[in-house]
Write a protein that binds this ligand. Structure first.
Ligand code: ZN
Length: 222
């Protein structure tokens, strides 16, 4: 009741509009999401099945196309954390659809380096993981993995170069805690799955049982 009142007051002070840049449609009170239903339906879904690497599988909710690059940029760098629920809802559905038989013990977000955390004040993958955890009722372990060093921006590197750069950049903080667990890894954008691969390499040292991974969006290389 109080929460509803708070939302109603906030809505009257700052009427919400759709977060998609070229839309900006006003969202009435109680609409809930921050992306209007038309834009949300139009976001490109990743229709591929899960990608099976030798030791883990991964999937993505959306394709990194259409309105998503702008939305994700706002989400990652401009503090647009109000998009968390909209994004996490679709990721949770994707997990249930693509890994229907898997029972997860833990959700682990891909960590960012402490230096980036200080710049941004949050880790977008952790925000997504926490929301997904609430939705599918699985505990979230934000301290399971640690990022060892800050990698330079990698947009121009080849897959091999990215992988080499990344492969040793994660470590498990307390291996005992993850032994025999089935883990859902969560990241924002994946291109070739190389960040997931690097996390999996670290997680395997903790003798986990199984690892699946979900990204918010998958970027397709030309
Ligand atoms: Zn819209």
């Amino acid at each position: 009741m109080l929460a509803n009142l708070r939302v109603a007051i906030l809505d009257s002070l700052w009427p919400r509009t759709c977060s998609v840049e070229y839309c900006g449609k006003a969202l009435g009170p109680g609409d809930g999401p921050f992306i209007c239903p038309e834009c949300f339906a139009a976001l490109p879904r990743d229709e591929e099945g899960a990608f099976d690497e030798t030791i883990f599988s991964y999937c993505a909710a959306f394709l990194y196309e259409g309105a998503l690059p702008q939305l994700i940029k706002d989400f990652k760098f401009n503090n647009a954390l109000y998009l968390t629920e909209d994004f996490a809802g679709e990721m949770a559905l994707t997990v249930l659809r693509k890994f229907p038989d898997v029972v997860f013990d833990r959700i682990v977000p891909v960590p960012i380096h402490p230096m980036r955390w200080r710049q941004r004040g949050y880790n977008q993958s952790e925000e997504l993981a926490n929301a997904i955890g609430r939705m599918i009722n699985v505990p979230v372990d934000t301290k399971a993995l640690k990022r060892r060093r800050n990698n330079p921006h990698q947009s121009l590197s080849s897959r091999a170069a990215r992988l080499k750069n990344l492969i040793d950049s994660f470590e498990v903080v307390e291996p005992k805690r993850l032994k025999d667990c089935t883990i859902l890894l969560v990241d924002d954008v994946t291109t070739t799955g190389s960040t997931f691969t690097a996390c999996v390499k670290a997680l395997r040292t903790a003798h986990v049982r199984r690892i699946c991974a979900v990204a918010l969006a998958r970027a397709v290389l030309d």
